[in-house]
Design a binder for this molecule. Structure first.
Ligand code: NAG
Ligand code: NAG
Ligand code: NAG
Ligand code: NAG
Length: 454
């Protein structure tokens, strides 16, 4: 408790200090180029590979990912805002290693071999808000290393082999300060056995410096809490890689997943689940991924999408379902996708029978959706036909249905000046010559209502 108070006081004092001078990057807006990393005295030939420098939204990025680097170079520009060092070979973060980059806002060090962070490693980074250290070899670290970072709001530490012993006490106490919501989420102890799998954020810190913890589980006194059972479900954060820049991406591609991993982070904009073995999308598995704009499920074995499988994906713009085993879409499964723009459906065995009508119906009422790959594969007589053409034939054969008037449910009558609210427009521009089969017209009552706030 004493330590905590001191830390808080320190942080308060620190953040009250005047900020450093104005950014000097603005004048170089739009400039892109290459920066040579000169290995000192030819120390390491591979480190001379070029980094990529670019501007985006007025901020300067230096992309040095995948370059076998073991450290940073003195001749890199000092006025960068974002330094991308993912997938290099850095092992130790040395004192003052980044102190020349005084403007730095984000530092991506994920997927290196970092096993040690010296106390002063982040000295001088008074503007840093985002620090990514996931997928490294850290067993321990002290809060001291984070003290020069008064603005830090986003810290990733998961997928490191955290050893939850007394030396981790100060860091864990800091992560558990209630205001530090996005620091160290998902990071878990790997040892000792008794604490294995526990989240640093949730750990009972008082146990850490208690020698009991180091005993073998059999030696425990009766009545001591048992370790929680290890989860069998794969978790997104340990299976997949998260990238923050330029846009938050969760890359779970080619990970032999047979279902959607649990604990999907909620702040992800693009999610790549392609090339896995997922067969079935159950309801509401993406419910918390509210910011998702791109979802890639191509090259899985999907054959069933439950209604509400896409619930919560209100802002999804692009959905790739190509190269799966889909026969049709179940009624209602697309209703959550208000803002969809692009739908990739190629290389699926679409069956051109009655069940396919819902998809065509939905597409017809969402003319803003650009879709590809909708070709009948069965039955034999329609193989190779465009599904739309098949549906036209079907409708042509049927006598004109009498239902055309009954579909306007009266929602959203105020016309659509905004092209994004195509759902509303779809409801109001009901064509007179709609000849859809009866069951599609007797629609289930909607469970949601569109309320336009203008
Ligand atoms: C997928 O992963 C396997 C091994 O896990 C690898 O051999 C293969 O090259 C990967 N494929 C792609 C397209 O990345
Ligand atoms: C989805 O992933 C596949 C395989 O990785 C890729 O070829 C395809 O372009 C991706 N789709 C989108 C929309 O990014
Ligand atoms: C389609 O998916 C299968 C595995 O389901 C994969 O082997 C194949 O390479 C994929 N094809 C394309 C064109 O992506
Ligand atoms: C809607 O789209 C049409 C053409 O696609 C365009 O002419 C019109 O300006 C757009 N309206 C708005 C409000 O974006």
């Amino acid at each position: 408790m004493h330590l905590l108070t001191m830390l808080l006081v320190f942080l308060l004092l620190h953040s009250a200090e005047p900020r450093r001078g104005p950014r000097s990057g603005a004048a170089e807006r739009g400039k892109a180029g290459h920066v040579r990393g000169r290995g000192r005295a030819g120390l390491n030939r591979r480190q001379t590979q070029e980094c990529k420098e670019y501007m985006e939204a007025g901020e300067k990025y230096l992309d040095c990912q995948d370059r076998q680097l073991t450290t940073v170079m003195q001749d890199w520009p000092k006025d960068i805002h974002h330094l991308l060092l993912a997938r290099n070979k850095i092992q130790v973060l040395r004192e003052n290693m980044f102190s020349q980059f005084t403007q730095l806002k984000s530092l991506d060090l994920q997927q290196n071999d970092i096993s040690m962070v010296e106390g002063g490693a982040f000295n001088g980074l008074s503007q840093l808000t985002t620090l990514l250290l996931q997928h490294n070899g850290l067993k321990t670290a002290s809060e001291e290393a984070l003290l020069p970072l008064p603005r830090l709001t986003y810290l990733r530490l998961y997928d490191n082999p955290w050893s939850c012993h007394c030396s981790l006490d100060s860091l864990i106490r800091m992560l558990q300060v209630p205001s530090k919501r996005n620091l160290g989420n998902y990071a878990k102890c790997v040892e000792p056995l008794l604490l294995k799998g526990q989240k640093l954020k949730k750990l009972n810190v008082d146990l850490l410096c208690d020698n009991e913890v180091d005993r073998r589980p059999d030696d425990r006194e009766p009545g001591r809490p048992k370790p929680p059972p290890t989860k069998v479900k794969p978790e997104a954060t340990s299976m997949c890689h998260t990238y923050m820049f330029p846009k938050p991406l969760l890359d779970c591609s080619n990970k032999s997943l047979d279902h959607i991993p649990s604990n999907l982070p909620s702040d992800i904009v693009r999610m790549d689940l392609s090339s896995n073995s997922i067969k079935h999308l159950r309801p509401k598995q993406f419910l918390l991924s509210k910011d998702l704009k791109l979802l890639n499920l191509s090259s899985n074995s999907l054959h069933q999408l439950d209604t509400a499988a896409f619930a919560g994906l209100l802002y999804l713009r692009e959905l790739d379902l190509s190269n799966n085993s889909l026969h049709y879409f179940q009624y209602g499964v697309l209703e959550d996708l208000y803002y969809l723009r692009k739908l990739s459906l190629g290389n699926n065995p679409w069956i051109c029978d009655y069940n396919i009508h819902y998809l065509i119906y939905w597409l017809k009422h969402h003319p803003g959706v650009f879709y590809t790959g909708l070709i009948c594969s069965e039955p034999q007589e329609f193989r190779g036909w465009r599904v739309e053409d098949y549906v036209k034939t079907y409708n042509g054969e049927c006598p004109k249905d009498q239902q055309t008037g009954g579909m306007d449910t009266g929602q959203g009558g105020q016309g659509g000046s905004d092209n994004d609210t195509q759902e509303v427009m779809g409801e109001t521009t009901e064509g007179q010559d709609d000849r859809l089969p009866r069951p599609l017209q007797e629609r289930q009552p909607k469970t949601f209502e569109i309320i336009r706030l203008t």
